[in-house]
Write a protein that binds this ligand. Structure first.
Ligand code: RIB
Ligand code: CA
Length: 318
């Protein structure tokens, strides 16, 4: 039986890659997609998700939109060009607009609560953006953690180095309070795919170029949306030296954990919400000083050969 999953995302380019991986994998069945503020504002993320679902011919999957604001009510500044482009997908619009009437009127958090309870115990929550919707869902239904099989999160960091601020990974930096609520109050099995394990297993550009050589509709779409942002990275205008599909790492763990995960650590982790430099940093009690029960499983090593093989699934699918 395929694993039923609900994906909460802020599509972005690597969210698109992760969605295509999920849709091309028989091990999982995507039952819904919820939209969270992050790479770009939720309304734009929703358009992006519909663009992705149209390429995959899966516009049957319901899409729900969340709040533009963080759990504390802060709005994200979008005055600098986002890494994923102003529209979140490399600023390379499709010739045809999407049908926005497909966006479901139910709010993302209410949909998360309803669907998790409908699938009682058999749903995997996959979080690929800031955790605003899931934190709100916990406030709506404090028993949310008992209704899910697993929550897999792309986000956080465990060695204090950030990719958004000096000490914070992007998804956690967008809404640190929400991230703290989810890690410490969900009360269900949480797997964290942090930025370090993605960075440590990033794909060489030569392998990326071979991946994108396969003629396919999904490859054509991904090449188009990746063109501008990746040109910047590859001409070293941005520090990243290799192809790092953060969200696709998390989705690979969801699709086939036994093939992908080589090492994980059960720890107590929370999120700093007061630090001048460390606001949004994931704080891991490696030395068990706080004497708190473990609340997350952090993936620390993956099989990057298996991961590279998995990247070919979507592009060989459609
Ligand atoms: O830090 C990487 C994460 O931030 C990814 O989810 C990417 O899509 C951005 O949201
Ligand atoms: Ca994302």
């Amino acid at each position: 039986m395929p694993k039923s999953i609900l994906i909460d995302c802020d599509a972005g380019i690597d969210d698109a890659q992760a969605l295509f991986l999920a849709l091309s994998s028989p091990e999982v069945n995507v039952v819904a997609i919820t939209i969270v503020q992050g790479n770009v504002l939720p309304k734009q993320v929703a358009v992006n998700v519909l663009r992705i679902l149209r390429v995959a011919e899966r516009l049957d999957i319901p899409v729900y939109v969340g709040s533009e604001k963080s759990i504390l009510g802060n709005e994200r500044r979008h005055d600098v060009e986002p890494y994923h482009g102003w529209d979140g997908l490399g600023d390379s619009p499709d010739p045809e607009p999407v049908d926005e009437s497909l966006i479901n009127p139910e709010s993302a958090s209410a949909a998360i609560v309803r669907i998790c309870n409908e699938f009682r115990g058999s749903l995997t929550l996959v979080c690929l953006g800031p955790l605003t919707n899931v934190a709100t869902a916990i406030r709506l239904d404090p028993s949310l953690g008992q209704t899910i099989q697993q929550c897999v999160i792309m986000g956080g960091n465990y060695y204090g180095r950030g990719n958004s601020t000096v000490c914070s990974e992007f998804n956690f930096s967008c809404d640190p309070e929400a991230a703290r609520i989810v890690l410490t109050q969900l009360g269900g099995p949480i797997t964290v795919v942090g930025m370090e394990v993605c960075r440590d297993n990033a794909v060489a550009w030569g392998d990326y170029d071979s991946l994108r050589k396969t003629p396919s509709k999904i490859n054509d779409f991904l090449k188009r949306i990746e063109k501008k942002p990746f040109e910047k990275i590859r001409t070293n205008q941005i520090e990243w030296s290799r192809y790092t599909p953060f969200d696709e790492f998390a989705m690979a763990v969801v699709v086939d954990e036994s093939a992908i995960v080589k090492e994980s650590k059960e720890v107590f982790a929370t999120v700093e919400v007061k630090g001048e430099y460390t606001y949004g940093m994931m704080v891991v009690d490696w030395s068990k000083i706080l004497k708190r029960s473990n609340n997350v499983k952090i993936i620390t090593k993956v099989d990057n050969k298996e991961f590279l093989k998995m990247l070919y699934r979507p592009v060989n699918w459609k």
